[in-house]
Design a protein around this ligand. Structure first.
Ligand code: ZN
Length: 259
């Protein structure tokens, strides 16, 4: 059974006790697929006994620091295991799908103390609309969104993802300007929607979700409303769940969700 392991569920706030910037892992058939890399993701993965060497691919929604702040540390951790324990990655290289190559280059520069040629364990991949990645476990499709206020004339640099695994459909919003940008990825049904609230009112997202063919929804990338008024927000989720028959909850760091 596939699992989502939440390593960070907070939006780009200042440090908040028990909540870290956005990151989660999809685990299936002993392989990890990593989505976003908030500042604490490597620490939580290690301390949750995730074997990071079984990571095949990492998908970044966009390169704001609350989605990439842990990237260098994750690469450093993998390199440590290779050098000190003589371990190998599940594939020769970790595939990194990232909308701006220079941010991956920055992370590699940091890990190598300015000698990026010493580092050959990542494979850069650009992100564009359409199927990005497919293996025998998962298929990942990207669709741009307007979180960064772009018009596309210089390309798109913020994406939402559709993840197909074990016959189920998961949609990860990334950061979106408007929930309707997810319509196309949700399509005729969605088994699990991971929707951010860093830029949206909880009730507005709930109204959107119950109008769509979504079976289960988890709030992630929490903004001030969930941070400051968690009980009110949990009650709202419970009310909508009961009224509309959709399983809706607020994800917390280190929660594991079976798909
Ligand atoms: Zn964000």
């Amino acid at each position: 059974m596939a699992k989502i392991r939440f390593l960070g569920t907070c939006s780009g706030t200042e440090p908040i006790l028990g909540m870290h910037h956005t990151s989660f892992i999809l685990e299936t058939n002993g392989v990890n697929y990593w989505f976003d890399a908030g500042e604490n993701c490597s620490y939580y993965a290690f301390t949750s006994s995730v074997d990071v060497m079984n990571t095949k691919a990492l998908f970044i929604s966009h390169t704001h620091i609350d989605h990439t702040g842990g990237l260098a540390n994750l690469l450093h951790s993998i390199r440590k295991l290779i050098v000190r324990e003589n371990r190998s990655l599940i594939n020769e290289k970790l595939k990194v799908f990232i909308p701006k190559k220079e941010i991956l280059d920055c992370a590699v520069t940091l890990v190598t103390n300015g000698r990026p040629n010493d580092f050959d364990i990542v494979e850069y991949n650009s992100v564009q609309d359409g199927v990005l990645f497919e293996d025998r476990n998962v298929k990942v499709t990207a669709l741009h969104n307007r979180h960064l206020g772009e018009d596309g004339s210089n390309g798109w640099h913020s994406y939402s993802y559709l993840i197909e695994v074990e016959g189920k459909k998961i949609v990860f919003s990334g950061d979106v300007k408007n929930s309707v940008e997810l319509d196309e990825l949700i399509g005729s049904h969605c088994d699990l929607l991971l929707h951010e609230t860093g830029h949206h009112k909880v009730e507005k997202v709930l109204d959107y979700v119950v109008s769509k063919p979504v079976k289960k929804m988890r709030f992630i990338h929490h903004g001030r409303e969930i941070i400051n008024e968690p009980i009110k927000c949990e009650n709202l989720c419970a009310t909508y769940s009961e009224k509309y028959g959709v399983d809706i909850k607020i994800a917390r760091d280190l929660n594991v969700e079976e798909i």
